[in-house]
Ligand binder design. Structure first.
Ligand SMILES: Cc1cc2nc3c(=O)[nH]c(=O)nc-3n(C[C@H](O)[C@H](O)[C@H](O)COP(=O)(O)OP(=O)(O)OC[C@H]3O[C@@H](n4cnc5c(N)ncnc54)[C@H](O)[C@@H]3O)c2cc1C
Length: 566
């Protein structure tokens, strides 16, 4: 068996080592166009920021280790430029010598990854504009930072790589501006969850231009001018483009393999392309989204590694399938962490799949134990059975553990009722007797069973205020500190029973507090006394950030526009 693997980083290196563990006899050749194999590209932003101090720490396995321990024939600086399927050969270009030659294969695995999107904008090739995909890219960025005085930077794109760069540049005292075409950062989150990050980024003195794209770059007196589509000019020292990645599908396409509608290589459950002797894995392929059933692209290291293992298994005769993805991901943004699994509300709306949603805000460990931090959880679930469809969490601490519990629940096909019953480890330092995941399950189950009726933050604006009364049940002091929703009536929850006579039985009362726990108590009092009531899901903690964000955006866009020509 001669197995040739194209691409020597996440998916490729995993496939190679797994194949060797399964077969001592196979002839395994790993081709990598670049100079390095098996390194952690996920660590690159932290190497740029200095958190990872030693460049060598980024290497997971050296070519020597792959040769000595796994007897893998590693060929760096050698690119596969063509696949001749009928002869089962690949054409290789050696970038060190300029030579071209052919190699025979029995099975071929393609793991060529995805390259950063670089649109043909004016000035995009300036040496002050960077992208980040691999180690040489991070060397270029680091060299530029070391050799130049960089006081400010523009990061184009507010996805996870963009935001990791924002943090790592800010940490070096650089004033960072983010330009993002969508009206929010972190596309895996719904807007109101991303708004929590917007607030945090602004608190960290990051300037955000949302809903705006870069139109051009040009250099002026040694500095870089970034101009946006809405007419904002930003003078800066450097720019980093992090606007997404695009599958490296050209080699496969040229070989006549099927490319899907989303632009990735099409594979079956065994990761075989349209040619059964050629497998493809990683960022270059289309994967099935297990919530929607639709094909999608997903550039994440976890799936790439699992696919590498599954492809090697199949080739070595084991029954191994890769069913699809839930897109579980996590990103640190300064002191906050944003994570998600499954589908977001916007995507479900787009494909017309019915869902319900709940918002909860719970402490990451017992509130009485020092250092408790609140996290916001959005749970999305089926309207009939309550099966989990997706979850998003934004918070400071304990987000990683909760998203992994929810990702596991999603894989297990659990419902919100199962979340109520999960028995999770508790001592005051680690969680609560009612863990945030349990609480998300309680609230979602209440909604599903009809024990509580909710109004979401984005439905408040459309409420008929003649028929619906917003009822803030917090203390007067709290309202003085944070304000409340316009035209809301205020009755503290502890006074509610005594003041029911002030309420109108022909109206519906929408009760809320900071997180809608007291709002829920008020709701129970109201309905048990025969009033019509609902709660504002997630309370002020869910309602405020998106509204605050929209107001902030309007203000910052107005004050930054270049003057219009007469
Ligand atoms: C800065 C950064 C941070 C990231 N952070 C995270 C994170 O925190 N979590 C996460 O899950 N994911 C993260 N990712 C994504 C993750 O790194 C990728 O999903 C993963 O590396 C994909 O693996 P792959 O094998 O498909 O491609 P890659 O790891 O990109 O490897 C592809 C390799 O193939 C080589 N190649 C391409 N064509 C050829 C050819 N014709 N011949 C020979 N060689 C070829 C390329 O040179 C490349 O080295 C990050 C990515 C980047 C760039």
């Amino acid at each position: 068996m001669r197995l040739i693997i194209v691409g020597g980083v996440a998916g490729g290196a995993t496939a190679a080592t797994r194949a060797r563990r399964l077969s001592e006899d196979a002839d395994i050749v790993l081709f990598e166009r670049g100079f390095y194999v098996s390194y952690a590209n996920c660590g690159l932003p932290y190497y740029i920021g200095g958190e990872i101090e030693k460049r060598d720490d980024l290497f997971i396995a050296s070519p020597e280790r792959l040769r000595d321990r796994y007897r893998i024939d590693v060929r760096t600086s050698q690119e596969i430029v063509e696949i001749e399927r009928n002869k089962k050969e690949v054409k290789v270009k050696d970038h060190a010598t300029g030579e071209e030659f052919r190699e025979r294969y029995d099975k071929l695995i393609l793991s060529p990854g995805a390259r950063p999107t670089k649109p043909p904008l004016q000035g995009v090739d300036s040496n002050k504009v960077f992208t980040l995909r691999d180690l040489p890219d991070s060397d270029s960025i680091k060299n530029y930072l070391d050799r130049n005085r960089v006081d400010s930077a523009v990061v184009v794109g507010g996805g996870s790589i963009g935001l990791e760069l924002v943090e790592n540049l800010s940490r070096q005292g650089i004033a960072v501006t983010v330009i993002e075409k969508e009206d929010q950062v972190m596309p895996a989150l719904d807007f109101e969850m991303a708004a929590l990050l917007h607030r945090h980024l602004r608190d960290q003195n990051v300037r955000l231009y949302l809903g705006d794209g870069v139109e051009s770059f040009h250099e002026k007196n040694g500095r870089l001018m970034v101009s946006t589509e809405t007419g904002i000019d930003i003078e800066t020292d450097m720019a980093l483009l992090a606007i997404g990645v695009w599958p490296e599908k050209e080699l496969a396409e040229k070989a006549g393999l099927t490319i899907g509608e989303r632009g990735g290589i099409v594979v079956d459950e065994m990761l075989r392309t349209s040619d059964p002797d050629i497998y493809a894995i990683g960022d270059a392929i289309e994967v099935k989204d297990l919530v929607s059933g639709e094909n999608r692209l997903l550039a994440l290291a976890g799936p790439a590694n699992r696919q590498g293992r599954a492809a090697a298994d199949s080739i070595m005769g084991r029954e191994s399938v890769f069913e699809g993805v839930w897109g579980t991901s996590i990103t640190k943004v300064f002191n906050m962490v944003a994570a998600s699994t499954g589908d977001k509300e916007e995507s479900l709306k787009y494909i017309g799949k019915p869902y319900l949603a709940s918002f909860t805000h719970s402490y990451h460990h017992a509130s009485y134990y020092p250092g408790a931090k609140r996290m916001a959880i959005k749970l999305i679930f089926g309207p009939d059975r309550g099966e989990i469809l997706g979850a998003q969490i934004v918070g400071e601490e304990g987000v990683d553990k909760r998203i992994d519990v929810l990702a596991t629940a999603l894989k297990a096909g659990m419902t919100v009722y199962d979340l109520e019953e999960l028995e999770l480890a508790y001592a005051p330092q680690f969680g609560s007797a009612k863990d945030p995941v349990n609480i998300a399950g309680f609230v979602a189950s209440n909604i599903l069973k009809g024990d509580v009726h909710v109004v979401h933050w984005n439905e408040v604006g459309a409420l008929n205020r003649e028929e619906n009364i917003l009822l803030d049940v917090r203390t007067a002091e709290e309202i003085k500190q944070t304000g409340t929703i316009m035209d809301a009536v205020h009755i503290h929850v502890d006074e509610l029973r005594d003041r029911l006579g002030e309420l109108d039985r022909d109206k519906t009362y929408i009760a809320y507090c900071t997180v809608s726990l007291r709002g829920y108590i008020a709701y129970r009092i109201l309905v048990q006394h025969g009033f019509r009531a609902k709660i504002l899901s997630g309370g002020m903690e869910t309602w405020s950030p998106p509204w605050e964000d929209m107001a902030e955006r309007e203000q910052s866009t107005k004050s930054s526009k270049r003057p219009q020509k007469k």
